[in-house]
Design a protein around this ligand. Structure first.
Ligand code: CA
Ligand code: CA
Length: 423
């Protein structure tokens, strides 16, 4: 009996390891000038196509997935031998095993007996709605997570784009969430007030939801596929109003995995998408920041346990990437005992940087409604400029620039609005 049990456990664990390879091609000079984002996408696609041609002898006919967002291709049957071979190809920059990114599990969860939405209540969110008449209207927020319960009373009608990337199961064609993580984060971004108190920072924003994560985590190639999909969720390259302006990423892995995602994050930024990433739940020791949060392009969000105190679980900087050390995270937002939606049309509390990231994504949605012309850099500058400095003076490895100041940040975004805009 013991042997059988051991075998079952072994098979179970082996089944959770991803298989296959991700082959990333070297960038090449573009033959035509890159002026627009569409030019940039065409460039990525052409580099990837050339790369695939160069390795075509090694690739099983038709059995691969193009991940042009990272100038890469996924080979589901790739193994260690093929990896060695491909590494010698002059067109190949790097070959990665298709590792699993673990789910950033909440550090604590409990049912809601009495609703306490301290993240909304104590951070002047309702004052922004009232004073500036801003609620995230017209802004699409992307998220890569465990899915969303689309018919939750606080999220009904808000999931405008949905795609299921979960490998090894038949894709589900409508928003579902069997884990609960993504329903909670979506609730913090744009949930309503169906339980009696508001739970979402930008209740009129909409969501483009990619489901990649199960309880165990997500395959890297599924995440890259989802990152690519979010650039054009309606599949029509001639429309761009379907593209999210900000994407919440309550996920991350060890900093050693940063490089495979870096080009995809860069493509988002080039498309004008604000990349928000949770810092990770591996604190309070230094150098525990997760990746891609550790990317210089990302807004890495630390979790607060009160309005002025960072949670001990919140991952800390500095980030050390390719021998270079720099301060991370970038900003802090409420992340402990956060009240939001959970599947089964219920509500509950979760704690984690996964709960802090979506708060910032919601604030960015308010900023972009206030002023749709803000660039990714504008958004970062305003968030960091108004953050309330805590801990060591200036930017530090616990709070980043400090605690998000929702009111002053959105107020200045609103003030920067060009007078000619839709007046
Ligand atoms: Ca489109
Ligand atoms: Ca500080």
């Amino acid at each position: 009996m013991k042997k059988v049990a051991l075998l079952i456990v072994l098979v179970f664990f082996i089944g959770t390891f991803a298989r296959g390879l991700i082959v990333q091609f070297k960038d090449e000079p573009s033959k035509t000038p890159i002026r627009t984002f569409a030019d940039y996408v065409n460039h990525l696609k052409s580099v990837t196509e050339n790369g695939i041609k160069a390795i075509s002898d090694e690739v099983e006919r038709g059995n691969y997935k193009v991940l042009w967002i990272a100038r890469a291709v996924y080979l589901p049957n790739g193994d260690a031998n093929l990896m060695k071979k491909l590494q010698k190809n002059p067109k190949v920059a790097k070959v990665y095993p298709d590792f699993i990114v673990p789910l950033m599990k909440p550090v604590a969860e409990k049912d809601a007996k009495t609703p306490n939405n301290w993240n909304i209540r104590d951070f002047a969110v309702e004052k922004v709605w009232k004073d500036f008449h801003l609620t995230g209207k017209g802004i699409i927020v992307g998220q890569i997570d465990t899915g969303v319960e689309g018919d939750h009373p606080d999220l009904k009608g808000k999931i405008v784009y949905w795609r299921d990337f979960l490998s090894n199961s038949l894709p589900v064609d409508h928003p579902v969430d069997s884990v609960g993580h993504g329903t909670h984060t979506a609730g913090t971004i744009c949930g309503g007030s169906a339980s009696g108190v508001p739970i979402g920072v930008a209740p009129d924003a909409k969501i483009a939801a990619a489901r990649c994560f199960s309880w165990f985590g997500a395959n890297t190639h599924d995440i890259l596929d989802a990152m690519q999909w979010l650039l054009d969720p309606d599949g029509d390259p001639n429309t761009t109003n379907d593209r999210p302006r900000v994407i919440n990423n309550s996920w991350g892995g060890p900093i050693s995995h940063l490089s495979v995602f870096e080009d995809a994050v860069k493509a988002w930024v080039k498309a004008g998408i604000v990349p928000v990433f949770s810092a990770g739940n591996s604190g309070p020791n230094p150098r525990t920041i997760a990746a891609p949060a550790a990317s210089k392009l990302a807004i890495a969000v630390a979790a607060l346990k009160t309005t002025t105190e960072v949670a001990s679980f919140s991952s800390r900087g500095p980030a050390v990437v390719n021998g270079e050390e720099y301060i991370k995270p970038d900003i802090a937002a409420p992340g402990q005992n956060v009240y939001s939606a959970i599947p089964g049309k219920k509500w509950g509390y979760k704690s984690g940087t996964s709960m802090a990231g979506p708060f910032i994504a919601g604030v960015v949605a308010l900023m972009l409604e206030a002023n749709p012309n803000l660039t990714v850099d504008d958004v970062k500058k305003l968030l960091y400029k108004h953050a309330i400095d805590l801990g060591a003076p200036g930017k530090d490895n616990d709070y980043g620039w400090g605690v998000v100041n929702v009111y002053e940040t959105v107020k200045e975004a609103y003030g920067k609005r060009l007078p000619s805009y839709d007046e």
